[in-house]
Design a protein around this ligand. Structure first.
Ligand SMILES: [Fe+2]
Length: 185
């Protein structure tokens, strides 16, 4: 039996939180050493853009949130907060992408990378906690079993047709790689 839609999303949150923790460690490293691990930060950006946004937020924004709003107009309030938090996360990632090419010569660029990694990590921790403790319990309460099955089928379609086969697994592995601290050197 497949997991319910909210179980799947909670599981994906665990992967996102592994990368959030790696970001917090990177911020500490930058503050301590004044250096940025360019390749690791690029991998964090890749993960957030293609997994957190491309896969996970797609499922929420295009399937779960509209289903909640359709079922109960009162869900519109929390849903619009979630959407604006997704957008704030994208904004922080855009700032990292803009600063990353200049980290060797510019201290301001290194600071921008550290600040926006810290901002993203802070935002996502609060955001995931809200989804896990408020929005998902609401979804589990108001959506029928049949509606949840339809949502799970739609998630499967997004993963197969849009995210692409094997991509989920690849980002699963990347989250574990990032969760391992880099060798000093
Ligand atoms: Fe989420």
């Amino acid at each position: 039996m497949t997991d319910s839609p909210t179980e799947q999303l909670r599981h994906e949150h665990e992967l996102v939180l592994m990368v959030v923790e790696a970001m917090e460690r990177e911020v500490d490293d930058i503050e301590r050493t004044g250096r940025v691990h360019r390749e690791r930060v690029a991998q964090m950006v890749d993960f957030t853009r293609n997994f957190a946004d491309g896969c996970h937020h797609s499922k929420e924004e295009r399937v779960l949130f509209p289903a909640l709003e359709e079922r109960d107009a009162a869900a519109g309030g929390p849903v619009s907060v979630m959407l604006s938090e997704h957008e704030a996360g994208r904004e922080a990632i855009r700032a990292i992408v803009a600063a990353l090419p200049d980290i060797d010569e510019s201290e301001a660029a290194r600071t921008a990378v550290a600040e926006n990694l810290a901002l993203y990590a802070h935002l996502l921790r609060l955001h995931i906690n809200k989804e896990n403790t408020v929005l998902f319990p609401l979804a589990e309460r108001i959506l029928s079993d049949q509606e949840q099955e339809m949502i799970a089928a739609e998630f499967e379609r997004i993963e197969k047709e849009e995210t692409g086969a094997g991509v989920h697994q690849r980002y699963h592995e990347l989250a574990h790689t990032l969760a391992t601290p880099p060798a000093e050197g």
